[in-house]
Design a protein around this ligand. Structure first.
Ligand code: PEP
Length: 257
């Protein structure tokens, strides 16, 4: 049975000091009352805050994720951060292909695929984000957009490595807007994704892959989203910056798991 995974994407928030404080609060509560039903938590702070968060979550069972990587081991790539540097500071996960990176940094499916392969080669779990714009949804091309993004991001990844991948369906119109997909809309796309995964890699692997939902998940809507059979947790932006809200979302996942 696949687990639920709740990941907090802190984006460009939280310097090392404030990140340490937030992570300590979340970790303290999860040490006091560990997650039930196999729910996993991952915190994804900015690069410079990773070491402080790594220290703060020690022994709590929380995973540590970066928000990006460059798909080379080392070299003359000024300003970039490679996968070995991430594992050296304790990362277990890395968010790839977030819509903000696709939109502001022109990341292509091909580039995201190179990053995913490099992450896997270093033992990191990629959290690969896919999702349509409002215009695409309204013109009825959501499925073809998801199809292209998914095939592009997963090209050449072996069945074994597929089990290390986490997918995050994040409709762009729901990210940071306060407008979330309805549970039915989320479930519909998650089923489409799982069916496509089955076509590409077989039903057993498709059934094991965690598909998170992301887009304005909050403490008060998490339970109904996570109750959907193919929604296996969430990638949380704004609500992951407040310990009480993020913990409530984790507890909602435990109740659905
Ligand atoms: C995100 O950044 O991945 C996200 C889902 O943000 P928010 O929860 O703020 O919509």
């Amino acid at each position: 049975m696949r687990p639920y995974i709740v990941a907090g994407n802190w984006k460009m928030h939280m310097d090392p000091e404030s990140g340490r404080a937030l992570a300590s609060e979340i970790a303290g509560e999860l040490r006091r009352q560990p997650s039930a039903n196999g729910v996993q938590t991952v915190l994804c702070p900015p690069f410079l805050t990773l070491p402080a968060v790594h220290e703060a979550i020690a022994g709590s069972g929380i995973g540590l994720g970066a928000q990006n990587l460059y798909p080379q081991d080392s070299g003359a790539f000024t300003g970039e951060v490679g996968p070995g540097m991430l594992t050296a500071v304790g990362c277990t996960h890395v968010i790839l292909g977030h819509s903000e990176r696709r939109q502001y940094f022109n990341e292509s499916d091909e580039f995201i695929n190179a990053k995913a392969r490099k992450a896997l080669a270093h033992g990191l779990h990629p959290i690969v984000c896919i999702g349509e714009t409002l215009e695409q949804r309204e013109s009825g091309v959501t499925e073809s957009v998801i199809d292209t993004q998914l095939r592009g991001a997963l090209t050449g990844i072996s069945p074994d490595d597929m089990r290390s991948i986490i997918l995050a369906y994040e409709p762009i119109w729901a990210i940071g807007t306060g407008r979330t997909a309805t549970p039915e809309q989320a479930q519909e796309v998650h089923v489409f994704i799982r069916t496509l995964l089955a076509e590409l890699h077989g039903g057993e692997i498709a059934g094991d892959i965690v598909i998170q939902y992301g887009g304005s998940v909050k403490a008060d809507n998490a339970a109904e989203l996570f109750a959907q059979p193919d929604v296996d947790g969430g990638l949380i932006g704004g609500a992951s910056l407040k310990a009480d809200q993020f913990l409530a979302i984790i507890r909602a996942a435990e109740a659905s798991a």
